[in-house]
Design a protein around this ligand. Sequence first.
Ligand code: HT7
Ligand code: ZN
Length: 872
Amino acid sequence: PEAIYLKDYQVPAFLIDHTELRFELEASRTLVKARLTMRCNPDSHQKTRVLELQGDKALRLCRVSVNDQVLNEQDYKRHDQGLEISHVPDEFILETVVEIDPDQNTALEGLYRSDGIYCTQCEAEGFRRITFYLDRPDVMSIFSTTIEADKTAYPVMLSNGNPVAQGEADDGRHWITWEDPHPKPAYLFALVAGDLKRVEDQYTTSGGRDVALHIYAANKDLNKLDYAMQSLKNAMRWDEEVYGREYDLDIFMIVAVDFFNMGAMENKGLNVFNTSCVLASPDTTTDLGFQRVEGVVAHEYFHNWSGNRVTCRDWFQLSLKEGFTVFRDSEFSADLNSPTVKRVEDVTVLRTAQFAEDAGPMAHPILPASFIEIANFYTMTIYEKGAEVVRMIHTLLGADAFRQGSDLYFSRHDGQAVTTEDFVKAMEDASGRDLTQFRNWYHQAGTPVLAVSDEFDAASQTYRLTVAQSCPATPGQAIKAAYHIPVAIGLLDSEGEDLVLPNGKTTQVLELHDSEQTFEFTGITEKPVPSLLRGFSAPVKLHYPYTRDNLTFLMSHDSDGFNRWEAAQKLAVNILQALIEDFQHGRELVLDSQLGDAFKVVLANVDLDKAMVAKVLSLPSEAYISELSDVIDVDAIHTVRQFVRQQLALQLEAEFVASYQACTLEDIYSPDAASIARRSLRNVCLSYLMETGKQDFLELALKQFHEANNMTDSQAALYIVVHSGYQKAGEVILDQFYQRWSDEPLVVNQWLSVQASNPQAGVLTHVEALMNHEAFNMRNPNKVRSLIASFCAQNPVNFHAIDGSGYRFLADQIIVLNKLNPQIASRLVTPLTRWKRYSADRQGLMRKELQRITDSGDLSRDVFEVVSKSLA
Ligand code: HT7
Ligand code: ZN
């Protein structure tokens, strides 16, 4: 497979003004009739008469005509990627009829049928699996869609826009026509048909437009849609208030499907959701699940402006819509819940997963220069780092100028397909700021590193902070230009009070431009403790020689909530890294009391937000410690982290018990921030208490498991018992859990995942057995993620077993999935691609499996790209 390059972009040679589609849905033989009103693009320099349409090789072409003239085989060329029509006039009607087989579509791209529901996924390039088309985001067309299907099996038939006509057809069939007045690229097209039920609500926009809100799901899930509906209304209001964006159709629909490659899809007026991101009920959904529903519903809704009204010119610009929309949804969640907790969560994900990606073989800028398969670029970098880059613009411009910039962006480009450059330019034009150097964030991959040093001159009462920046080489980019980096800082005096900084405030954003820059503060009477990168103001790694005393001081005094947590993380990392070294040198492990003492202070402070207490008490994950390691020593990291948890449990047993009891159980479950905070602290305490190995605490966990009135507490107890190595008790409650929830696929997914991520020895055999369990289905991405991905990505000690069994297992699954579902297969490869981070013995084993995947032959573009780049 060949790479395609951003530098080769050309405007389309043809345009499609109208797209009329007719779907005759039938199992294994669906007819798709397309009538396209086309013309040459006056802005194109190509002046070609040859029309090249994309179309997957599985499309069975039945008929093609131009202006009612049926073409015969010498008038066109059918090849594996599409259709070439040798001579077309300036303006013409192109009609095609193709036959497709949605039942055989296990890739879940294009039109597929699973669980008896027809459903489409067209982003990025799925539409070409439905019909021949100019399948690129800068070709925008008005769509009219007619669907015909059996009335009993498919009573509900949906597409984008508004329903304009419907009727009965022969043989118990019926039809409906939908019209979408907004021109859109093919990737936003959607069709759904099935025996679905809906909940309804209504929303009046600030401009007075009444919008019908419909959320569809299987009948048995109708009682799990209220939270999504409320989240949708919250998102609609928030986008009006914060961005001045109103909804623009009379109806907004969401459909829940169980077979879906990603979380959800923002098709115009008809969002399609993975059930895991829309269904929520206290019995079956954890707090994390509720938060995910709220965030994803908002994210997809926000795309209506950042993505749909203003879309991407080409797929290299993906972060234009995704980075911006992630920034928007994370601000939304922060506003509705706790901003500090949300920031901690986002930064945790960024620093574990995105930083690792940026240091790996697939590292790419948020505006990539080339790709082989675009589906591989729905990455942490495009989404999460992309959001951080938008956040930095927000920080540099300030909230008001940022809002003016976004208003200008939306009004200037409404109805257009544009570039990240257009976004940055709108921000510059509205604010008057020069973002020339800032643009390096779009073109360079890798995580910048800031080395900070300081000096205090008592005589001149001057404090100087020197910041040096660098960025490691990434594939194809050896040398990096300096970034423009906003570094928010505060300075604390010895009492822990913030000093007033030159901007008259207690936090100031320093703007770093040079490879090394010194910032001077005068009128400082004692050496302050710097609070650096407040709120994580830039996606960088920052090094400053904090002592452990500095960190405990910041943990209790920093006025920036994020940095209080960060100080605790840094302290824990510092201690864990020292112990890992001890372990590697065969020295006895001894935990000094500093971390426990600091945790004790935090536990005793009843004024603190319990969610933040829970975050502070949670040690950095094995994945994060791995990310910080030069050579990842899986076993040392796991053993030492467990050791520290156990020591803390013994040191703070009484405090954990007191906190557990203070976080009283609620009679009625509510997913509000305060209740979530109580549950998370209670469960963190329980997980520590189990480390003591005392029978009393096993009984406490089992009691919680049996008596919990919500999934958060019951799943937490299950996880804790199973992962603490109480094999017998674990087996009993796993069994009870499955018996109780076997009819709830999303709960069963949790059940699979708890087992697959269990660090106890011998789990791979158990995972292999679960692959044959009735609950597992290789064709369902949610099952694959819950079992296979959980084992490979959340169970480092077992996945990295030194006999290579984990690697072999993964390669076997990838070889199977490569044929069934290439997108899922290529995402699953990730843990193997990071082989360079491990010791030589593991490197060899991992490379061997990557090679075996290559040699298995017939690789999809998706898997080929990831495997070949990782072996290069
Ligand atoms: N914009 C959506 C992307 C998406 C997708 C991409 C590739 C393959 C399947 C997919 N399903 C959804 C999701 C979003 O970011 O909102
Ligand atoms: Zn998105």
